[in-house]
Design a binder for this molecule. Structure first.
Ligand code: PDD
Length: 285
């Protein structure tokens, strides 16, 4: 039975219990992270912890994740799962109160939970073997604080399900102005005329750590033209490549959007170069 972390203790997953009065359960009142690890090494651990600490402070949960302590937790939790590709899920809720009341109580202790799970192996650079994705597009109907990695994911879950109902892998979302925001559980990149575009950061999308590391890796590698800007949905009609990125997918090449084939229907040449640059630098952020 794998062990999980609950409130500072490692316990068998079947013994990890939290109260139904926990505000994470009642209100989705919490912040989470998913930290990928390959061959025992976390990717972007400090970036993940910094984003989590920012989110916690933004919603007034009094918990600060310490890098040294979480390095140890990641090491231990990874040992609980088979395989070289492991995700660490971290969930900090505001904690359990004696009654259900919307306002933040100031006397409760945050609930801290983490466990490890297998994620897909790092992407193959072989265009024929790399996992590719089919997506549909939908208007983004989520809340206006998508930059917070909140555990209140119903909006994302409902959008993701739209993709599943269409038998596709993901859903690329666009706002009322017709600009791409992100996908239900990923950030989005579009390659057009040799340029790599991704939506600029604001309240409409999560500042993905994979996105940050990709941008940093492309810059370190050099030779790419990268722009963070508004991307009209119609750009997808002309795109040479489309990528979705996340901690469990790295750079995922999209080969179909709303039934239209992208490029030659296989992960594209820039995808391969970008994923190679990401592999080269991913442990240095
Ligand atoms: N999802 N945007 C959304 C809405 C996400 O849920 C995610 C990640 C991302 C990419 O962020 P990052 O590169 O930091 O993983 C963007 C995680 C993996 C999840 O909910 O499981």
């Amino acid at each position: 039975m794998p062990q999980v972390l609950l409130n500072g203790e490692y316990v068998a997953s079947e013994d990890a219990k939290i109260s139904p009065m926990d505000r994470g359960f009642l209100f989705g009142d919490g912040i989470y992270e998913v930290i990928p690890c390959y061959q025992g090494k976390p990717v972007g651990l400090n970036l993940h912890l910094a984003r989590m600490n920012r989110g916690l402070s933004e919603i007034g949960i009094k918990y600060h994740a310490d890098s040294e302590q979480w390095t140890k937790h990641c090491d231990f939790l990874q040992s609980q799962v088979e395989g070289d590709a492991v995700g660490i899920y971290v969930h900090i809720s505001r904690g359990a109160d004696s009654k259900r009341f919307h306002a933040y109580p100031d006397h409760i202790t945050p609930t801290v939970f983490a466990y490890a799970f297998a994620i897909p192996p790092s992407q193959s650079l072989d265009r024929e073997k790399a996992k590719s994705f089919k997506v549909v597009t939908k208007e983004d109907l989520r809340w206006q604080r998508c930059h917070i990695k909140s555990t209140s994911l119903l909006g994302n879950v409902m959008h993701f399900q739209q993709g599943q109902d269409a038998e596709k892998d993901e859903v690329i979302l666009f706002n009322k102005q017709g600009f791409i925001t992100e996908a239900a559980a990923c950030n989005v990149f579009v390659v057009i005329n040799g340029e790599i575009l991704t939506p600029k950061l604001d309240n409409q999308l999560l500042p993905g750590i994979t996105r940050t590391i990709i941008l940093g890796s492309l810059e370190k590698h050099g030779g790419f033209i990268v722009k963070e800007q508004d991307i009209p949905l119609e750009t997808l009609n002309e795109a040479d490549e489309v990528w979705i990125t996340s901690s469990t997918k790295e750079i995922g090449a999209v080969v179909e959007v709303d039934g239209r084939t992208i490029g030659d229907g296989m992960p594209g040449p820039l995808w391969k170069k970008a994923q190679a640059a990401y592999n080269e630098y991913k442990f240095s952020f």
